[in-house]
Design a binder for this molecule. Structure first.
Ligand SMILES: Cc1cc2nc3c(=O)[nH]c(=O)nc-3n(C[C@H](O)[C@H](O)[C@H](O)COP(=O)(O)O)c2cc1C
Length: 208
């Protein structure tokens, strides 16, 4: 076990468990118990057709063996980049725990049913604004954005706001997942899990 200054690691880095999924679940639960906003915030890195990487924060909305799920506009920059290249990376940093988790995998679109279900639980104004915002496209000014939102609010008045067809879930497969625990004087602990074709994981400790 580490002798570090941070919180006790949930894992014994010298004898890591064979399965990374419960490890992530435990670390995430611990992050969620902290007095910190958005412990589910993760940086999503995508690569465009021209090879240019880009990164932005999105919120984790579901995690399982099948992958890490988030929701977005499929006509956004990230949406276009994912359509061109499904290989992405995710990054969590929980500073109060001195922990980082890196995930690499391939993205699949979540099905209509689960996207509908998630969309239906959002506040009505968020649902309207999913229609109002052409995410990642230029807009003249704030007033224009608000005008569109008001116009759509009127259009949907008294009606259920349906999910825009270009808005939905994405799931990133857990092909590679690394757990990093900070320790004294930069002698941090790192283990990386790499998934094999049969779904089992190979695990290796890495130098910090
Ligand atoms: C804390 C936080 C959470 C966010 N969550 C999401 C999200 O879940 N989905 C999303 O599309 N954008 C989210 N955003 C906005 C994105 O970071 C980004 O600005 C937007 O998706 C457009 O990115 P793109 O132009 O690269 O497609 C979030 C931003 C922050 C700071």
């Amino acid at each position: 076990m580490s002798t570090g200054h941070g919180p006790r690691p949930a894992i014994d880095f010298d004898h890591p468990p064979a399965d990374p999924v419960p490890v992530f679940e435990q670390w995430f639960a611990e992050a969620q118990s902290l007095p910190t906003p958005n412990p589910n915030a993760m940086t999503l890195a995508t690569v465009g057709a021209d090879g240019q990487p880009s990164a932005r924060v999105v919120l984790l909305r579901g995690f399982s063996r099948e992958g890490a799920r988030f929701f977005s506009n499929r006509r956004s920059r990230k949406g276009h980049e994912i359509a061109a290249n499904g290989r992405v990376a995710l990054l969590f940093h929980w500073d109060l725990l001195d922990r980082q988790v890196r995930i690499e995998g391939r993205v699949r679109e979540a099905g209509d049913e689960e996207s509908d279900e998630y969309f239906a639980h959002r506040p009505v104004d968020s649902r309207i604004n999913a229609w109002a915002s052409d995410q990642s496209e230029p807009v003249a000014n704030r007033a224009e954005l608000e005008r569109r939102a008001e116009e759509l609010a009127k259009r949907f008045e008294g009606r259920e706001v349906p999910r825009p067809p270009h808005w939905g879930g994405y799931r990133v497969s857990l092909d590679r997942i690394e757990f990093w625990q900070g320790d004294k004087y930069r002698l941090h602990d790192r283990i990386v899990y790499t998934r094999s074709d049969d779904g089992s994981y190979r695990v290796a400790r890495l130098c910090p």
